[in-house]
Design a protein around this ligand. Sequence first.
Ligand code: GLY
Ligand code: MN
Ligand code: MN
Length: 456
Amino acid sequence: MTPSNLPVFQADLYRHRRGQLAARIREQSGSGIAILATAPEQLRNRDSEFPYRHDSDFFYLTGFDEPGATLVLQVDRNTVVAHLFCRPKDPEREIWDGLRLGPEAAPEYLGVDHAYPNTELDQALPKLLADQTALYIRLASSAETDRRIRHWIDRVRGQARAGVNAPSEFRDIEALVHEMRLFKDLSEVETMRRAAAISAEAHLRAMRTCRPGQREYQIEAELLHAFRHSGAQSVAYNSIVAAGANACILHYRASAAELQSGDLCLIDAGCELDGYASDITRTFPINGRFSAAQRALYDITLAAQEAAVDATKPGNTFMQPHDTAVRVLTQGMLDEKLLSLHQLGSVDNAIETGAYRRFYMHRTSHWLGMDVHDVGSYREAGASNATEKPWRILCENMMLTIEPGLYVRPADDVPEAFWNIGIRIEDDALVTQNGCDLISRGVPVKADEIEAVMRG
Ligand code: GLY
Ligand code: MN
Ligand code: MN
């Protein structure tokens, strides 16, 4: 039986990832046991649930997207044995909730070595933990996880006089899995390219259908239509559709404001496809033509993005694109008199004093992958003091966003023509051998090209 929500399955891919994780466990501990549960279902109201979303780490190692599952890896010097605990088949529940894979079909379909009903977890875990030294789990992640693990360990400790040893080395499984997830494999890159292409198409649709007098939620509806119509399962995060001054609120949602001619519309929206996020922002004039003031700030933001893109290459640090963008943006703020050169003296001083943060208050990049703000350390390992650890060196196959912006709130010392302009331009970059590849450029970014799209 093949569940309908897993159309194509590559058991070898997930087996390979489990093998890679096992190798890292061996490196640290020689052998050990790893336990990783997927995410619980969440109620939205009373007995009605949010659409289910699996845990990203669990999915990365199994490709299994049903709730109620736990993966246990038994790693010794030469082998790794994968045990999956999952929901048992239940014809009565399946009439209501849909088909379940079930433990009988799981080994063949998912490539795990053994599968059992999840009702056997409490019975099986103490046996699997017996005489293991190293236990890899999510440390201090939730009271419920801690409680269950303690229960299993207590059962093993209870056998001490029979000569059974309980694990004594507790290790963080996330550190290992997140480091793996930072480097995208071919299958991930291919999925992320498709996710970004769908999101770019959705932004195009929003630009093409945008008219003064519409409401923000109507533009959001166009985005959702495009995502679902192309097969994306979900948004990767709550869509932002921000008209006029709303664009200066960084975590604004699509609400009910009317789109006014003469204002800009900022859309930050991306779909999730087969477990992978995309994250795109475009800012465009609601009536199809940038005003001179809007265009001036738009072109500064785009120049900042271009400079950051040039700085996104192997060997540079994660912070270099940001520092580069900040310099271009700050010079633009001085040129357009958002900041006073007279008061600040130089672009260097405007950066050093943080004066630019009044109009650009967020970072330029974050990792992107299964989670929109994806996992992986932003610092190199090694130094003992976190503040001394160098920023992460960019390497081939990392994926990150590049998203500079300018946000101008009304103030007496700011030229009025710029009041309430909020602009962000965001693309998704795959670090390549010599630079980066922007996988989200299916939607144009140059002001002239955006105006051309809007003219239809
Ligand atoms: N859309 C979330 C972000 O840009 O970080
Ligand atoms: Mn982003
Ligand atoms: Mn975004």
